[in-house]
Design a protein around this ligand. Structure first.
Ligand code: MLT
Ligand code: MN
Ligand code: ZN
Length: 287
């Protein structure tokens, strides 16, 4: 299985377009918004989430570009972990695909019908399939799903919809036995996550924040601890303590406040010391 990290930043990207903090004005390498492409055979590709940067991400990735026929594309479908805008806005940018399956938790499918009506907009362009995140069948890949939290997007705050709102995916290559776990949004270390990541070759974790007080401390952004907590992201200091030998562990969905975006920072070094990594955009893994 090929796993390509198309983007590795949280919503807004890095540098964040509306931020002039010390990190955003530093020389730390830029990152586009979190999105991953996977393929068992290098020909049929599936997206994990659809970032607002998807057009540039596809054009930057030779395997995802159109061809060999004049209007053929290698994209075969999209799996959503949640309904956040940084993970779903890209669906609108793929509307010319004219017919892709999208798998997502039920609450996410309904949010995309009602509160952020991407589904009805795209259906105006024709033929997409909106499918529950169960019994997912991809070319050469077996997928299992773990509900990980009920964190709903801000735009869906008034929704009475029951969760789960957020899931993680475990994707196994039936031929090589390689296993990739994608969990870019974790509120806590979820029940069953040790088993879910058991025997995995690569686990990509929520790296939004390094520390629990980051938004009020490190960058002096004018938001309180409550705001960061409400964003529902387990900080790296919490998850790093939980990882164990076996899989390769890596972080994605890095917020612009997260000091690990600077490869020279002590926090970046602490992640490496803890047995994980912070790969950049375009990194490819073969599992
Ligand atoms: C998140 O991951 O917490 C959201 O994407 C935040 C946002 O709305 O940008
Ligand atoms: Mn996000
Ligand atoms: Zn910033």
């Amino acid at each position: 299985m090929r796993v390509v990290l198309l983007g590795t930043a949280a919503g807004g990207g890095f540098p964040q377009w509306n931020c002039a903090c010390a990190l955003c004005t530093s020389d730390a390498p830029p990152r586009t918004q979190d999105c991953v492409a996977v393929s068992a055979d290098g020909k049929n590709w599936y997206l994990l989430n659809a970032s607002p940067d998807i057009r540039a991400q596809i054009l930057a990735t030779p395997a995802l570009r159109a061809g060999p026929g004049p209007r053929e594309i290698p994209l075969r479908g999209v799996l959503l972990t949640d309904a956040e805008l940084d993970h779903s806005l890209g669906l609108l940018l793929l509307r010319e695909a004219g017919g892709l399956p999208v798998w997502a938790p039920d609450a996410v499918l309904r949010a995309l019908s009602d509160q952020f009506p991407a589904r009805s907009i795209i259906d105006g362009y024709g033929g997409w399939d909106w499918l529950p995140a169960s019994g997912i069948a991809l070319d050469g890949l077996r997928v299992s799903v773990l509900p990980v939290s009920d964190k709903r997007p801000k735009y869906a705050r008034s929704s009475t919809e029951d969760g789960p709102w957020v899931v993680a995916y475990r994707i196994e290559d039936l031929q090589t036995g390689g296993v990739f776990v994608y969990a870019p949004c974790l509120k806590s270390w979820p029940d069953g996550f040790d088993e879910f990541t058991g025997g995995a070759s690569l686990v990509l974790l929520d790296g939004t924040f390094f520390a629990p007080d980051e938004m009020s401390g490190a960058t002096r952004a004018k938001v309180g601890d409550g705001a960061q907590l409400a964003m529902g992201h387990l900080p790296i200091t919490g998850s790093l303590a939980k990882i164990r030998p076996g899989p390769r562990w890596a972080y994605t969905h890095l917020n612009n406040t997260n000091p690990v975006v600077d490869p020279a920072s002590p926090e970046h070094a602490a992640v490496l010391d803890g047995g994980a990594s912070v790969p950049g955009d375009g990194t490819e893994f073969k599992l």
